[in-house]
Design a binder for this molecule. Sequence first.
Ligand code: SF4
Length: 330
Amino acid sequence: MTDLELIEYAEKQIHSGSLLSREQIVQLLGIAPGSEAWTALGRAAHRAAMDLTGGRAYLWGAIGVDFAPCSMNCDFCSLGEKWGIVGDRREYDEAETVRQVREYAESGVRWIVLRTTEFYSQAQLGEMIRHIRAQVPGPYELGLNIGEFGLETANWLAGCGVDFIYHSLRLGEGKDTRFAPQNRIDTLRAIQASPLKLVFLVEPIGVEHTDEEIADICLLAADCGAVVSGAMARIPVPGTPLGVYPQLSDERMAQIIAVIRLACGSCVPDICIHPGTRLAMEFGANVTVVETGAIPRDACCCSGGKWHQFDTVRAGELFGQAGYTVHQTA
Ligand code: SF4
């Protein structure tokens, strides 16, 4: 099939309940940004997004709980202790976390996630979740982005009031990170076997990754039953080993979003772009991320503010320009 024929085929099969093949995903990822086929890909993915979501967009609000050196030393992360970027440690206490959750909830964020470094106490997080649930009423969903765990912990977290987990097998896992890929996959499968929902983006995407690597992670996310997937760019943090390589262009990130949108169809109805751009939304993303607190993509802790001043208002404006309306519930 030519690229244009494959785009047409992909759009027609979004309700089929099946995924595009690895070869088809790789072909779409190989389209040159800015070309006629790239434009057609983006248009098809936007139509697919409108069809699958009814034009509903959602916000993801992340709270980095601990700004602290992490001994896992991932090659892209500012919090790796070996890179010596984290100066003064800082940790959100319960009152500050509740305040941030309340702010997100009142701003219409659907998914609110507490993110920690790898070895943060899971028992402490369970308590925090119960406390937040008691203190902040609302229709938002509450989740965690934490370290590895098994089925027993997954079930316990669900019992504490956790709705979803953000977890992924990162691009370059085991090479650019010190994790055994199988350990990450075991956690993904534990989440899948529990009542918790899984959110799994293809990340952190950089110039160093091949189309085949991106396709494999996209297919794994769908196979693990992710309810939200999408794409997150690797932000080059000076001082980290991968910080010397440039960030992918917005055009390329939008293309990856469009391919994930068409590849997953109705199997993964919500597709997230981080950092959020209008172009990626026009290419099929209906979710984007606002962040506060410790950010693994930055050398400082955004205490009180939002990363890159990208707040819920700005995200909502971009979604409006791309033809969506923002909702807090499905
Ligand atoms: S990405 Fe996570 S596990 Fe890796 S160094 Fe950063 S905080 Fe630690």
